[in-house]
Design a binder for this molecule. Structure first.
Ligand SMILES: Nc1ncnc2c1ncn2[C@@H]1O[C@H](COP(=O)(O)OP(=O)(O)OP(=O)(O)O)[C@@H](O)[C@H]1O
Length: 342
């Protein structure tokens, strides 16, 4: 893969307050990257900075090895060859579907425009709807028009600001899958913003978990989920139990759940072991080591809290159990993630 976007030491301030704080990352060609983080952490600001819609206070950017932001350089938005899709799709209400898609093709000959519009509408499965107006389309169809329009001009990079937030939850899942497939087939490089980790996991190749204007961790979903570099990332990406451990430099950690091998850990008596629910399994067992203390039915599975030696652990299972049931809790072998106790 080769680099589609390089962002180095980006700084952006609003009223003297740094919102992007020396932020760096890179996106490879054909990758889909998600910016994920709590409200106000700077996701939209980063998207706007990449698009060239904000004055910057420092940093450099390159798109396809071409510098667009540097010491005395700031390429205007229209010369960056970036496509944008907004939360509300920003379709022109007085233009038909075909005219909306053609809008991104200024300067193209009429015949070539018609061919490209047809191609794009077929790609997003809207053939036959070219003469409709945006108000005659569902939310999902409007989203497809926005995607067709953004891709028509073959941008080097596509930026999407909460692209699925206005889509009905029933269609969202299949639309995400379908759009991801289109992006992969077309080799689209994309960066999108979301509040939803489920969307991030389903749509992105890589996640950038942002916190206070910096990227706290950047990588694949499973890497960040199972090997978070901080509690912030761990908690942002999902549930887990924190078990107190002590490590004495003898390749073992001592925990209320027993002794466990550990390869590398600083000596310390004040550490906590993050155990994801997926690393645990339970089996009904009258002579087991655990007792179910809380049950949450979630449809396709149940979320249980199980008490083992005074330690509460969260685990998922599709077995139906009741509060007070005795269970055996097993920990699947996994490289332990340890944090300083909070
Ligand atoms: N034009 C502006 N002037 C001053 N401050 C701003 C401006 N735009 C955003 N901010 C502030 O910058 C910070 C980051 O905003 P941004 O919109 O990038 O966050 P976000 O992560 O996208 O949030 P959300 O998830 O709520 O959309 C926030 O504290 C916000 O209040």
């Amino acid at each position: 893969m080769s680099c589609a976007l390089t962002v180095s030491n980006l700084i952006c301030r609003y009223n003297g307050q740094a919102v992007l704080n020396d932020l760096s990352f890179r996106v490879e060609k054909g990758e889909i990257v998600c910016l994920l983080g709590a409200s106000g952490c700077g996701k939209t600001t980063l998207l706007k900075a990449i698009a060239g819609l904000l004055p910057l206070d420092g940093g450099e950017m390159m798109i396809n090895c071409r510098q667009i932001v540097g010491a005395s350089l700031n390429v205007p938005p229209e010369q960056r060859n970036i496509g944008m899709i907004f939360q509300d799709y920003a379709l022109f209400p007085h233009l038909t579907v075909a005219e909306n898609v053609a809008f991104g093709l200024k300067g193209w000959h009429k015949a070539a425009t018609n061919v490209r519009v047809k191609e794009m509408l077929a790609l997003v499965k809207l053939d036959g709807l070219d003469t409709r107006y945006p108000h005659q389309l569902s939310g999902g169809q409007q989203q497809r028009v926005a995607i067709a329009r953004a891709l028509a001009g073959k941008p080097d990079l596509l930026l999407l600001d909460e692209p699925f937030s206005n889509i009905d939850t029933q269609v969202r899942h299949s639309l995400i899958k379908e759009i991801r497939k289109i992006f992969k087939e077309q080799g689209v490089t994309a960066i999108f913003v979301t509040h939803s980790r489920e969307e991030a996991f389903a749509f992105a190749d890589k996640l950038a978990v942002m916190n206070k204007g910096v990227i706290e961790q950047y990588g694949g979903a499973t890497e960040l989920y199972y090997s978070p570099s901080s509690r912030f990332v761990a908690d942002f990406l999902g549930h887990g139990s924190y078990v107190p451990v002590s490590v004495n430099g003898d390749s073992k950690m001592y925990t209320p759940l027993g002794e466990w091998p550990v390869e590398q850990a600083a000596n310390g008596s004040d550490l906590e072991w993050l155990i994801r629910p997926q690393n645990l399994s339970i089996t009904p067992d009258d002579s087991g080591n655990g007792v179910v203390s809380d049950v949450q039915f979630m449809g396709d599975s149940c979320r249980y809290l199980v008490d083992v030696n005074g330690q509460s652990l969260m685990v998922y299972s599709n077995q139906l159990l009741d509060m007070g049931d005795k269970v055996r809790l097993d920990i699947r072998p996994h490289p332990p993630v340890l944090f300083e106790a909070s």
